[in-house]
Design a protein around this ligand. Sequence first.
Ligand code: HEM
Length: 498
Amino acid sequence: MISIITSIFIILLGILLYLIIKYPDRSIGTNARPDLTGPKGLPLIGNLFKIREKGLTKFMYDVLMIYGPIATFTFPGLGRFITINDPESIEYVMKTNFDNYIKTPGSRIRLLDLLGDGIFNVNGQMWKFQRKLASHLFYGKNFREIICVVFEEETKNFLKIMEKKVNSGEIFDLQELFYRFTLNSFGKITFGLDFDCLTNIKNPVKFAVAFDLAQTITNKRVTNPYLWRCNEMFTDEGHKIREACKYLSDFAYDIIRKRRSNPEYLKNPKDILNLFMNAEYENGEKLTDKELKDIIINLIIAGRDTTAQELAWMMYNVMVNPNVEGKLVEEVNSLLSEDNPIPKYDDIKQFEYTQATFYETLRLHPAVPISIKLCLKDDMLPNGTPIYAGELVNWSSWATGRDERIWGENAKIFSPERFLNSEDGLKPSQYKFTSFNCGPRLCLGQNFATIEAMTLATSLLRIYKFERIPGQKSPPDFGVSITLPMKDPLLVKVHRRN
Ligand code: HEM
C-alpha cells in the first residue's frame, strides 16, 4: 500500500512536472513571447542565474549586443521584461504614452522605509503635485543663489584638503572625498547645516553613517527582490534599517519643528527646506511635516551619490586620457586665474569642453544604469512590438551608451568631442542621452549636478594633477547598487601643476 507521504510526493512531483512543461524556458507565472528573441531561460526560474552571475546592468548589455534593442527575458518573482534599448521606444514609453508606464509597486515597497512618499517613489497625482512644486523651486533665482554660494564654499574647503594632501604626499581615496563634498554641499543647501564632512575628514558623520546604512540595506532589497524580507527577519538588518531611517526622519523632523516654532526664520529663503516650507499647493495648502521630510530625504538620495560618483568616474577618465586632460587644463587656464579661481554661475556655460567631459562621463558611466517601468494596459511600441499589461519594460543607459547603432563606431571610446562636434552639441536628445532620465520625469537636478561637478572639477584641475596609483583595475568595476559607485576606492596622489 502506498503511504500518505509517498502519495503526497507523487502529487508534488506531478505538479512540478506539469509546471516544468508549462514554463520550459521562462520563470513561473510569465506568458510565452515566441514573437520576441532573447536569451533562453531555465524552466521555472527563467534567466535568474545569468542575471545573478553578471548583474542586471552587464546582462542587459549582453542582451542588447546579441539580440538587439527589443528583446525579452524573465526573472522569477518580477516577471517578463521587454527591453526597449532604442531612443524611439524609450521616447514612446517615457513621453508619448507616459501614463501607461509606472514605477513598479514592488520596488515602491522595497524603497518605502527610506524614500517614503517622496518624489522618487510615487506615481500619478502624488508625483504630479510634488513635481510641479519642486520644478518651480528648482529653477528660481533663490535656488540658484543658494546653491552657488554653497558650491563655492565647499570647493574652497576641498582645495584646502588638496593642499594638505600635496604636502603630505599621501595616497587617498578620491571617490570617498567626493561623497564628503556632495553630502556637505547638500547638508548646507537643504538644511542650512554644516555636517563638517570636509573640515573634519577623519571623523565619521552620524547623518552620513545612518544614510549609508539605510541605503546599503535598501540596495540589498532591490538586488534580492523576494528574499529580502526573510533576510531582514533572520538577521539584524531589519532592525538596523529601521533604526537608520528613524534617525534620518527624526533629524529632519527636528529641524522642521524648530523652524515652525520660529516663523521669522522662514521669511528668508536660506535653503531648500525653507523654500519648500514656504511653498503652497495650488489649493493654497502647505506641505505637512511628513511630506517635507520625504522630499528632503529624496533630494539628498538623488543628489549626493549620483554627483559624487560622476565626479569620480570623470576624474578616472581624465587620468587615463592625457589628451582630454590637456584640453581641460587649457580651457580652465583660459577662464580661471589666481584672482578668479572658482567659476560663478553665469561663467559656467563658457566651460564647454569641461561640460562635454562631464556628459561623456555620464554617457559611459550613468549614475542610474537601469530603468524599469510596469505596463498598465496592453500597448504597442512604435516598431509594432506588443507590450501586454503586467509586463515590465526596461532599458539600460549603461548599455545604450556603448551601442554603436546609437553613438556611432567610437561608442565605447571616451571622447568629449562628440558633444561638441555633433548637431545637438551640449543639448543632446533626452531619449538618446538618457543618463538624466527623460520625458516628464527628467531629472530635476540636471542643472544642479552639472554646475556642482563643473565648479569643483574646473577649480581642481587648474591647480592640481591627479596621479592614479598603479595596480588598480582599469576601467574600475562598479559596485552592486541602485546607482553606479566604483566598487573599490579610487586611489590617487595629488600634485601641484607646474
Ligand atoms: C549627475 C548626477 C545625477 C544624475 C545622473 C541623475 C539622474 C537621474 C535619473 C536617471 C532620474 C530618474 C530616476 C528614476 O525615476 O528612476 C532622476 C530623477 C530625479 N533627480 Fe536626478 N540625477 C542627478 C543629480 C540630481 C541632483 C543633484 C538632484 C537634486 C538636487 C536630482 C533630483 C532629481 C529628482 C527630484 C528626480 C525625480 C524626478 C521625477 O521623478 O519627476 N538629481 N535623476
